[in-house]
Design a protein around this ligand. Sequence first.
Ligand code: LMR
Length: 335
Amino acid sequence: MSNHATACVLAFALGWGSAATAAAAQEPIIIKFSHVVATGTPKGQAAERFKERAEQLTRGRVRVEVYPNSQLYKDKEELEALQLGAVQMLAPSLAKFGPLGVKEFEAFDLPYIFPTKAALYAVTEGPIGKGLLKKLEPKGIVGLAYWDNGFKVMSANRPLHAPADFRGLRMRIQGSKVLDAQMRALGAYPMPLAFSDAYPALQSGLVDGTENPPSNMYTQRMHEVQKYLTVSNHGYLGYAVIVNKKFWDGLPSDVRGQLEQAMREATGFEKQIAQRDNDAALAAIRKTGHTTIYTLTPQQQAEWRRALLPVQQQMADRIGRDLIESINRATSQVR
Ligand code: LMR
């Protein structure tokens, strides 16, 4: 009998049903991981590291497809897609959870709430951080980890040394009410736009300026259309890595454990590279010679703080006075 004939007899003997089941058992579980930034950013690299380790640790039972740069979805759509199960994993910035109804995450956007990275980690790695992730579960979402980016800089086509320099500027922000209040406190007009729309809006003059850590500015080439950048460190940008709860709970428990391990490793890696990448991006922007980089003097910093600190009180009802107080308590212990 030819090989082909043998195969047919075998398939017949097994029955088509069980052959199909055997094939299905070998199909990998697919995780679509969508995000909005470039692959070269801290988040983009950590997503790739997670993919690599998840596929190794599960020995190919899981395949992770990473879609960077808003290739699949913009900011708002990606959260809807996650809830509908069209994608399984995201890492939106903490400024983007308001529309889901979990406004507490906007605490991370409050000006000067984290004096240092160590103070930030005291929150994200302690009970406050865990408690916030739990709030996502009723929305059909499981929070797996916090990923880091960094402290933000401000940019525009005019020098931004004092709060008064912001007067009348249209500033692109993420869709967070805290960031809206922050720009208003500086006398600017906040313009919430999806991340993928930020560069075109700066280029066309629809907006005058923006804020972000240097790694995001550089990888989106925002510096090419922004003449001035101020190292202000007035606020923080970071992420929550989230998965669709139904998908996550439905995984075989050994696979879920392996994915948790891959996530722990990717998170450790992300934290190691975030600051280094932001420092390198700032140096690279400086090197282009296109953007003048300015660092605030201690006096100017004090002036910015005076203008921006009231935002903490203004937003207390939205975010929760108790939450803000507990963050301030946790961070003061590591100062
Ligand atoms: C932004 O929209 O500015 C950032 O949230 C983008 C990101 O994901 O880092």
